[in-house]
Design a protein around this ligand. Sequence first.
Ligand code: 7RM
Length: 652
Amino acid sequence: MTEHQLDTLLSEQRRFPPPEGFARRAKATTALLQDAARGHQEFWAEEARALDWMRPWDRVLEWTPPHAQWFVGGKLNASVNCLDRHLAGPLRNKAALIWEGEPGDRRVLTYWDLAREVRRAANALKQLGVRKGDRVAIYLPMVPEAVIAMLACARIGAVHSVIFGGFSAESVRDRVNDAQAKIIITADGGYRRGQVLPLKRLADEAMAHTPSVEHCIVVRRRPGGEGDESFAGMTEGRDHWWHRLLDAASAVCEPEEMDAEDLLFILYTSGTTGKPKGIVHTTGGYLTQVATTTKYVFDLGPEDVFWCTADIGWVTGHSYVVYGPLANGATVLIYEGAPDWPERDRFWSLVERYGVTVLYTAPTAIRAFMKWGTAHPARHDLSTLRLLGSVGEPINPEAWIWYHRHIGGERCPIVDTWWQTETGGIMITPLPGITTTKPGSATHVFPGIVAELVDNTGRVLQAGGGFLTLAQPWPGMLRTIYGDDQRYQDTYWSRFPGRYFAGDGAKLDEEGYWWILGRVDDVLNVAGHRIGTMEVESALVEHPAVAEAAVVGRAHDLKGQAMAAFVTLKDGYDASPSLKDDLKAHVSHKIGAIARPDDIFFSADLPKTRSGKIMRRLLKDIAEGRALGDTTTLADPGVVNRLKDLYEAQEA
Ligand code: 7RM
């Protein structure tokens, strides 16, 4: 965020009190806030009681900083809470999942159907030797089987590690190896803008270097589509068709009794080193937080059709496509493909067709819709919508107002929700029946959450700009980084001792509203996706032509941030437009299309401090066309000026 954008944001004067009709019926009331004020452990314990436990907990919280255990001694199963407990009553025959594929194919699974499929998939996993605690990698498009696979793991106590379908074979390989997964569940393809994503072929490439993998289960997404280049066939003994396994499996499967602190899943996310971190989430606390936030933030219940547009490969998909809404008995809409396929009104035609009541999407999508024009939503009846959500990056007031007006028909409250893969669930957010919102502000902490703004020295600030920290443990917090507890302690708890540091800068205004400013570390947020600059730099230097690379984010109208890579070449290689394309394709191949740099700039040198550290701040100034910052610590200040001249002379 630039200074100018920040000034515009903070001069935002508009206020949106909750609509009266909404406030009267909302699930979150001021009584809830009073309960929370009585003590955060009591608040969470009260909410946890709304789940089905096989054995009650002995203690709510065991806090040995920076390690927390919630609901110590309690036993439960996440799949029981998302499925079985709804089967005895009126939800049994209600839609749990409504799915639409990009080509237009459709499926509806009731809670009963979903529970049966989950139990059969759970038995299929067991039959392939999966036991409690084993890791299962899930590399699927947005199809019902993705949800079924996650819940099947939860049912038998296997730990899922979902890998976003847009990641490359190498990214899959690294994640599978880090988690030592026994099984990969993938598909013979997925659809994106009419193209087939060759998931099984990529999984095959990965499996050439993943010794821990014993079996691969393949969902048939494209009946009749086998045999083309996106599908390399099945390896006898290792690969199994999902539908065959499930056809043969019993639909009776007792749920595993899980300790509240047993692992539910690992999810890899980018950090400031080249290696993604396996964020570890456990069962009882995580489920409590996602069920509670879903209920109060989205005001969600069984009458709702909830559409969270995130892919299940991201934490938003875990918490608000799967666990949170299903725990609340809602109907969940899942759409496989792109928002502009075949036309730019696809989202609005889905909202209309299925009568979506609550929509949760990202600012980058909203800005694309703005650009495409109001005619697309205007063509559709969006009157079923009653609440809108935003997540993933700061939402600029202009996009907020557009969303409010053209999607929400000026009647739907907007919840701008701040949270992270690490927090498991929503942390800072309006409550739709209570909070008066200000466009661009995530407003206040959720009940039971203690966030504090601190300065550089860790001193707590009541207002102004600083760093966003969490001062008390919360139930959905990450427990560690898989296989690397030291990294967990160093990354999150060392910068401000005794506090969790989120990596975000923030401001608190005079009325106590939070304004999240974005990452202050070397993590980019491109179109709502977290990408570590180091990951992309490592990918670039693996190209034979590249001697050195530095990656920075620059402000971008649609994506929030775009990625600019400064590259120095090895002797014997010449800068050329085709080499630029080659480098971009190389990064896509290494990591996945989401990490493809927007701009590549060739440069004879990179600006470094005397100790040899690349000065990214200066590169960012250059990439954003600003006057240069302080260069006195530079080894060779001339480098920056040369770079700046170069940047302006070259076309990205
Ligand atoms: C849920 C998710 C986390 C990072 C986080 C922030 C940014 C997320 C907001 C936001 C401003 C928001 N998980 N972020 N939500 N910034 N306002 N409402 O996105 O792990 O992928 O990313 O995203 O920088 O640290 S994530």
